[in-house]
Design a protein around this ligand. Sequence first.
Ligand SMILES: Nc1nc2c(c(=O)[nH]1)N[C@H]1C(S)=C(S)[C@@H](COP(=O)(O)O)O[C@H]1N2
Ligand SMILES: [Mo]
Length: 547
Amino acid sequence: MNATRSRQSSGPAAPRLPLWAAAAVGLLAVAAALASGHLVAALIDPFASPFLAVGNTAIDLTPHPVKDFAIRTFGENDKIVLLAGMAFVIAAAAALAGLLSRRSALPGTLLAAMLGVLGVAAVLTRPTLGTIAVLAPLTSLVVGVLVFRWLHRLAPRSSAGKPGADESQLVDDTVDSVGQPETRALDWSVPGLGRRRFLITSTAVAAAAGTTAMAGQFVGGRVDVEASRRAIRLVPDEPAPPIPAGADFAEDGTPTFITSNADFYRVDTALSVPRTRAQDWRLRVHGMVDRELVLTYDDLLNRPLVEKTISLCCVSNEVGGPYISTTNFIGVSLRDILAEAGVQQGSDQLATRSVDGWTCGTPVEDIMKPDSDALLAIGMNGEPLPAEHGFPVRMVVPGLYGFVSATKWLVDAELTTFADFDAYWVKRDWARRAPIKTMSRVDRPKAFEQVPAGRFVAAGVAWAQHKGVDKVEVRVDGGPWQATKLSSEVNVDTWRMWRVELDLSAGSHTLEVRATDRTGYTQTADRAEPIPDGAAGWHTIVFTARP
Ligand SMILES: Nc1nc2c(c(=O)[nH]1)N[C@H]1C(S)=C(S)[C@@H](COP(=O)(O)O)O[C@H]1N2
Ligand SMILES: [Mo]
């Protein structure tokens, strides 16, 4: 058998795999490799799945302008785009590995092994994966190499230089022990048989890979987060005041005042949403404290539950961007918890960590001030947090951008100093401290929209969390600033809507908006990029009024 194979690959007229078969061998081997690694990962730690580990490493290594571009361009689909892109690159590499191996299985074997080593490296460098997690990419490596060599051996071959070289032929060394190897290997008398056999085997490998990957998904999902969520009833001891009538101008084109959980914007670095059941959740509060605390979900439920209406927004929002939403957060006072732990003199930063390793640094003073509404939040709009928004527990601190305040899937809180610890985005050149900037946005008209000339209602939203929106003004074509009507104020930590009636002549127009907050500050025209501490400038819309 071995003799036969070595003669095939080293002989001067070694037959070649047809292109389609070579590509298929590569693709199937890699599919089998990823699927088996995914299943093993599901048994150890779903994040060890080689595909996900490579993706997560790619996200962490991505320079921020690219990440910014991805968020801007693909929005909340950025992860799907990344996964699809990875799938495409991996498939192309797999097919290439096959094509390079039309004569000998060696190049493909080496490439498969290299992919495996890449997976091992990705898992080893994930901050939250234990060493045992390398079993997943190692499984991929071994399965990938074995399946590659096995299919390569079964694949039909054409003789090099023979006319009609794409006619597949039989090289069936699995029966070598029965027949005579030399003649079987060069037996061209049964065209089609090898091809059929290869197709059947390939289909079986594809089906097995699919089933294995699905089994991995199923087993990995065995932590039934949805069941855990459904079992929780949240009844705040101190409900938020009802939202007054006239809190939004949704009929004029603004968002609704409260964002539904399904529509709430989502920004995070997690390729797959972490799954921790409420009953398994623990939060350790430690560092510069008088006494360390370990809290369970029940501990939180046994505290006074408050409900606060808060607008959360993302620092990577461009001027006019969509990454702001408003909800009724339910949670417990973070100030009370830190007070119980006893924050020591000199600690100015609360470093928090999510179960997937993401970190965040929040000024202690923002949490500890007397009227603080900083929360360990467990609910949104009456429901337990949706998995994508941090179930079971996240942090919320009104007035600060999410990246310095809103840790989802929270598991660790350490009192420290800004001198001693840099969080995830700070290491990537974003600001250490990032209060939300006073901002306004035009929602109607949309950029380049065609609207009827004459009377037209423009509308939008403004926010200045923790300060309050005092007024919003617009101007058309660089004319005088004119006042707009504001919606009923809910509280200073939420957005406010504006609307204004314009009289438009036919033609092209520019509409600009600016907000003034309760400190008396008015937004200026000076543009700033989102990095390092939030975008600034007037949202400006160009549109057309048609007669
Ligand atoms: N674990 C974790 N928490 C996180 C992030 C993250 O990447 N990982 N992103 C933060 C950022 S940048 C923002 S703007 C908010 C967004 O919260 P949301 O997705 O619920 O709207 O979550 C914050 N919390
Ligand atoms: Mo953000």
